[in-house]
Ligand binder design. Structure first.
Ligand SMILES: [Zn+2]
Length: 575
């Protein structure tokens, strides 16, 4: 084992256990293995404030960095936090939008996302690459000599590009070798905060030897408290095997917004039985957040209850000191002392001690439910004459009591029955392979076929020997449809013969009915020009530059969807 984050967590956790006052917690965070004086702040806004914390719970992922607030505005200078070189240039329709990566000699890489624009020298490199590749989206890995960087250089201006819900700077520190992302607050990036985490809810799950799923009985336990001290509102009596779950957030000084916490720890009679700590994680494990939380409740109510028991197929390395995976048997008739300790990235902590009076009823033997049981640690396959499903290794977090149902073919654009593949309350770590047999699909529509979830979302796919095959990322009800309709192009500020002098760009809205936009290309007077795209607003634009002189010009815009349906838009304009 060359890397062993678990070992590190354990050491850190031991320190935590023996030291829970503020000063000592501060010391823990400043005496870790990461350099704490190498990096400056990436923005000059003081005091720095976060709109999102490291590891905070998001849809299908843990937040991979910290989001610096930028006063709801774009255009703040973004500084290189240390010497190094630009190691990656990335432009995307969504995701980080425009992002820079800097490799530093200390073995870490910093990442700056949702940028409004790059510094002039970098912008020139990016634009040249885009013209060379005839592509707006680029992902380039320059060597150390192309763009060397000094600490404090302005490398870009903050923005709101990509999948961003408002102006901010997304900032990450990664281990250059492993690409694991690490909590920047371990590197001396100080965010003022002396407010302890808030505990919003406590839940108990009656597990009794069974797999956790949407049928697991769940019960809220009343709690009260504030300012770091919480307690239950009534005595708690439990019998049998249970697991607990907790709803927690963190607040920082002077801000009303909520962030995520750093660690959750559960003790039973003075011994820790569960710890999760968001020091670092691998991107490939991030989707396992759906195993970390009570996913069925999240789907139903959007409330994120963090479970304090770990599913067997959960690959996250954020856990340590687990006793019986965090599951607890209450069967000895005695009173047991439990205590939650919740800590934020600054070392502020909140505690919730409570007593459980255990019953004495014998623990029920696990009953095996009817149906097909798919073990989480195997490749599983289901098929009949209409459908074939393969779950690769690593798809499931728990053994699955799989259910399947065939429903009638829907009216309209449908070329198969509906196949109900389990249900949406069970999370999957990776996609599964799904083949659905086509029903009377004409030969000329084969190349236009795809699989659709009954919630309306295209799963993509292609025709394969009488079947259509796709790789859905979630369970659901699926059927075959076709996409024969080209994308829509709506000009916003351009029309035939329009004089565009004085305008910095021409703008369009583009969209597709089903399969999604695959490519867009613009040509002025027959020459490819850069069209920029923002997926969240469906906005496509070209910024005029020296390539387009004063006078009359023609523009052709070509937008193609995933099923090769193409829309052309042509217009004459002058500048
Ligand atoms: Zn972010």
């Amino acid at each position: 084992m060359t890397k062993n984050p678990i070992l590190h967590f354990s050491k850190l956790t031991l320190l935590f256990l023996s030291a829970f006052n503020f000063a000592q917690a501060q010391q823990i965070f400043s005496s870790n293995k990461y350099p704490i004086t190498d990096f400056r702040q990436p923005l000059d806004i003081t005091p720095p404030a976060l709109a999102g914390s490291f590891g905070e719970i998001r849809g299908n992922h843990f937040h991979s960095g910290i989001d610096f607030r930028t006063n709801q505005r774009e255009g703040y200078p973004v500084y290189a936090v240390a010497d190094g070189y630009i190691s990656r240039l990335r432009v995307q329709n969504s995701g980080f939008g425009q992002a820079l990566y800097i490799n530093h000699p200390n073995g870490f890489t910093t990442v700056y996302g949702h940028l409004q624009r790059f510094a002039p020298k970098i912008a020139t490199v990016v634009k040249n690459l885009e013209y060379e590749k005839k592509s707006f989206e680029i992902d380039e890995f320059p060597d150390a000599t192309l763009i060397p960087i000094h600490k404090g250089d302005v490398i870009a201006w903050s923005g709101n590009r990509g999948s961003s819900g408002g102006p901010h700077l997304h900032f990450e520190i990664r281990d250059t070798k492993t690409e694991e992302t690490i909590n920047p607050q371990f590197f001396g990036i100080i965010i003022p905060d002396n407010i302890p985490p808030v505990i919003h809810g406590l839940y108990v799950y009656r597990l009794n030897g069974k797999t956790f799923n949407e049928f697991t009985p769940k019960q809220a336990i009343g709690i009260t408290g504030a300012g770091g001290q919480y307690k239950t509102t009534a005595p708690v009596s439990l019998t049998g095997e249970v697991g607990f779950g907790i709803v927690v957030t963190d607040r920082h000084n002077g801000l009303s917004g909520t962030n995520g916490v750093y660690s959750i720890q559960l003790e039973l009679d003075g011994k820790k039985i569960y710890t999760s700590a968001l020091e670092r994680f691998a991107f490939e494990d991030s989707k396992a957040i759906n195993s970390h939380i009570d996913y069925p409740t999240y789907i139903n109510t959007k409330r994120s209850i963090q479970k304090s028991f770990v599913d067997p197929g959960n690959p996250l390395k954020i856990y340590s000191g687990l006793v019986n995976s965090g599951r607890i048997n209450f069967n000895d008739g005695a009173a047991h002392q439990l205590r939650y300790i919740i800590t934020d990235s600054k070392g502020n902590s909140s505690v919730l001690p409570f007593t459980v009076n255990a019953g004495t009823a014998p623990v029920a033997a696990p009953t095996v439910p009817a149906g097909i049981i798919y073990p989480y640690n195997k490749v599983n396959e289901f098929n009949n004459e209409d459908v074939k499903v393969v779950f690769p290794m690593g798809t499931l977090y728990n053994d699955l009591n799989f259910s399947y149902k065939k429903l009638p073919k829907p009216a309209g654009n449908a070329w198969s029955a509906i196949h109900q593949i389990h249900n949406r309350y069970t999370p999957l770590h990776i996609g599964f392979d799904l083949w659905i047999k086509a029903d009377n699909l004409p030969e000329n529509l084969r190349s236009k076929s795809l699989i659709v979830n009954t919630n309306g979302s295209s799963q993509g796919g292609s025709f394969d020997n009488g079947f259509v095959k796709a790789t859905p990322k979630n369970f659901g009800s699926f059927y075959i449809a076709t996409d024969t309709i080209a994308p829509r192009i709506v000009p916003v500020n351009i029309g035939e013969g329009r004089n565009m002098a004085g305008l910095s760009k021409m703008t369009f809205k583009i969209s597709d009915n089903l399969s999604g936009i695959k490519s867009f290309n613009g040509y002025i007077d027959g020459k490819w020009v850069l069209m920029e795209f923002d997926a969240k607003t469906a906005t496509l634009w070209h910024s005029f530059d020296e390539r387009t002189s004063a006078g009359k010009h023609s523009l052709e815009l070509v937008v193609t969807d995933m099923k090769e349906n193409t829309r052309h838009y042509s217009v004459g304009f002058s500048r």
